[in-house]
Design a protein around this ligand. Structure first.
Ligand code: NAD
Length: 252
C-alpha cells in the first residue's frame, strides 16, 4: 500500500483553512496545519491533523514549518497557501507597517513556503501548490490596496510556479473566491455596517453581494472541495489556472 500524501496547509485556526484541513483529512491525507493562533491546535487535533505554530510573516518560521513537516512525514506533497488578513484604509492613510505585514504574509510567505517545499516535490516527481487568492486578485475595490496587491501578485507566483513545475510533476493553481462566510468576513460586515450606517444584513446584500449573480455568501466547505480536487491525481493536467468561485461576480 502506498503511504498517504502529505499536505501542509496555512491559516487553519478558522474559516477556509480549517475547512480545507477537515476535507483533506476526510480523504485520508496526512495534514500539517500551520497557524500563529494557538487555537489552531484544537482545530487540528479534532480531525487528526498535526499542528505547527508559526507566524508566517517571519521568513525563518516559514522555512521551519516545511522542515518540520518533512521531518515528521518524510515529505511535503501538497502546499495550500491560505493564511491571510485584511486591512481597510484609503491609500492616503494606509499604514506602511500594515502594507508590509500583508505583503509578507500573503505574498512573501507563499513564495518562501513554495521554495522550501519544492525539493521534496521535485524528488518525488509529484506536487500540488494551491494558492488561496481572491476575486480581489482580478478586480479591485477601494480601501484594500495591500490585500489586492498581494492577491494580484499571488497570481503571478502561481503562474510562474506552474511553468517551472510542469516538467517536474508539480502543478500550481489559484482559487479566487468572493465573500466566504468566515470570521474575516464577519469582521468586515461589522466594520462596513458602522462605516455606511447600514444594518449587517444590508451590508451583505448591498455591499458584498452587489456584483453577485448568486445572492448568498460562499461556504468554506465549497472552497475546500475545489482544493481537494486540485490536490488529487485527477487534476494533473490542470495548472497555472485561476479558479473563480465568485457567485458570478466577474461574469459581468
Ligand atoms: P480567517 O480569518 O478565518 O482565517 C485566516 C487564518 O490565517 C487564521 O487562522 C489566522 O490565524 C491565520 N493567520 C493570520 N495571520 C497569520 C500569521 N501571521 N501567521 C500564520 N497564520 C496567520 O480568514 P478566511 O476568510 O478563512 O481567509 C483565508 C484565506 O482566504 C485568506 O487568504 C483570504 O484572503 C482568502 N479569502 C477569503 C475570502 C472570504 O470572503 N473570507 C474571500 C476570498 C479570499
Amino acid at each position: 500500500a502506498t503511504t498517504p500524501r502529505v499536505a501542509l496547509v496555512t491559516g487553519t485556526s478558522s474559516g477556509i483553512g480549517a475547512a480545507v484541513v477537515g476535507q483533506l483529512r476526510e480523504q485520508g491525507l496526512q495534514v500539517m496545519a500551520v497557524d500563529f493562533n494557538p487555537a489552531g491546535a484544537v482545530v487540528a487535533e479534532k480531525v487528526g491533523a498535526v499542528f505547527h505554530q508559526a507566524d508566517l510573516t517571519d521568513a525563518d518560521a516559514c522555512r521551519s514549518a516545511v522542515a518540520d513537516a518533512v521531518s515528521r512525514f518524510g515529505r511535503v506533497d501538497i502546499l495550500v497557501n491560505n493564511a491571510g488578513i485584511q486591512h481597510v484604509a484609503p491609500i492616503e492613510e494606509f499604514p506602511e507597517q500594515k502594507w508590509r505585514q500583508i505583503i509578507d504574509l500573503m505574498l512573501t510567505a507563499p513564495f518562501l513556503l513554495t521554495q522550501a517545499a519544492w525539493p521534496s516535490m521535485r524528488e518525488n516527481g509529484w506536487g500540488r501548490i494551491i494558492n488561496i487568492a481572491s476575486v480581489h486578485a482580478q478586480v479591485a475595490s477601494p480601501g484594500k490596496a495591500a490585500y489586492i496587491s498581494a492577491k494580484h501578485g499571488l497570481i503571478g507566483l502561481t503562474r510562474t510556479a506552474a511553468l517551472e513545475g510542469g516538467a517536474q510533476g508539480i502543478t500550481a493553481n489559484a482559487l479566487l473566491p468572493a465573500y466566504v462566510k468566515t470570521p474575516l468576513v464577519d469582521n468586515q460586515i461589522a466594520d462596513q455596517a458602522k462605516l455606511h450606517g447600514l444594518s449587517e444584513q444590508e451590508v451583505i446584500e448591498q455591499v458584498m453581494l452587489k456584483n453577485a449573480a448568486v445572492k448568498r455568501l460562499i461556504e468554506p466547505s465549497e472552497v475546500a472541495s475545489l482544493v481537494a480536487y486540485l490536490a488529487s491525481d485527477a487534476a494533473g493536467a490542470v495548472t497555472g489556472a485561476s479558479w473563480n468561485i465568485d457567485l458570478g461576480w466577474t461574469a459581468q
